[in-house]
Design a protein. Sequence first.
Length: 381
Amino acid sequence: MYSVEKTKGINFFKQFDYTLFTAVLLLAACGMFVLRSATLVMPGGGDGNRIMLMQSIGLALGIILALVLSFVDYKDFKTIGFIFYILSTCLLLLVLFAGTGKSQVGTNGWFNFMGVSFQPSELAKITLIVFISLFLERIKEGRKDRTANIIKFIVYSAIPIGLIALQPDVGTCMVFAFIILVMVFVAGIPYRYFLRALLVSLPLLAGSWFLMKPYQKSRILSFFSPDQYAQDSAYNVIRAKIAIGSGRIYGKGLYQGIQTQRGWVPVKASDFIFSVVGEELGFIGAAALIVLIFFILLRCIYIAKNSRDAYGSFLVMGITGMFAFHYIENIGMCIGLLPVTGIPLPFVSSGGSAMVTNFIAVGIVLSVSMRRKKTIFNNTQ
């Protein structure tokens, strides 16, 4: 007969998740090639070489941090998670008074240090996932203080969302809400609670319309009537759709896209970088990129399913939800299926701080993967 024994210790080189890490590196490499094409000609006199330099630095630093975090036992995050949560919350509060970006994109959400920008909400996504996973684990375990943990989960989740709403950054608020929704769903909360929450939130969503800025309203209205806003908020979407459609099956070739190289898609290096993929790599290239993205998400789900404990599962599913929303929303808005929210494409869009925080998230997933359930069968008589 067979007996099951738990593995002892961690052999880094043997248990490292090369599959996930290689897939992420491949996606980041594809992103660097596409971003280089997007930055060859920059509308408005932007410095494409500087963008590539910052992206390269972010990529190198992110890889190092991901490898370092994979060494760390994810259970240690239970004790230090609160510290990082407080730190990121303080940064979100500080950016309201000392941040920049209001005049450029309408959101006061960036710090600038000697020409280097940092968006604290990117870090806050990770710290929130790390911290609230602890309360979900306690709730799932059915401890006596279940009600107290539910209240803590709600309060600690609401704080960063409220601070980001004050910037205001509706797109990032949606990312946080989706992360929390995924984690709560994984925790096994009955469907009736989702329906009740939806019914309660509908009046709040309706009321939020009167609090939105004019440019935020126009983004929503342009989704339903793009022709009416063709020279305003819908301009990027229309140009992106033209670029993607012109790529057809095989694309025009890297660095050969007419819409891309003539600067006719204004935000092609960040929010609308998928238009570069569609135009220059065509349907084949865009489909290959989407398949790679799905593979990464499915690998993360597999890791969460086989996590050694509930805390690890919540960590990975929160990060998976974060990535999934970014990918779905970014690609959806580029092809006109979803409203424009300014959400970048992880590992592809420009943004050094986003690249670093995305790799930090991957490092946490790698840590869980290396310590997931292991089964050894010994033949005993």
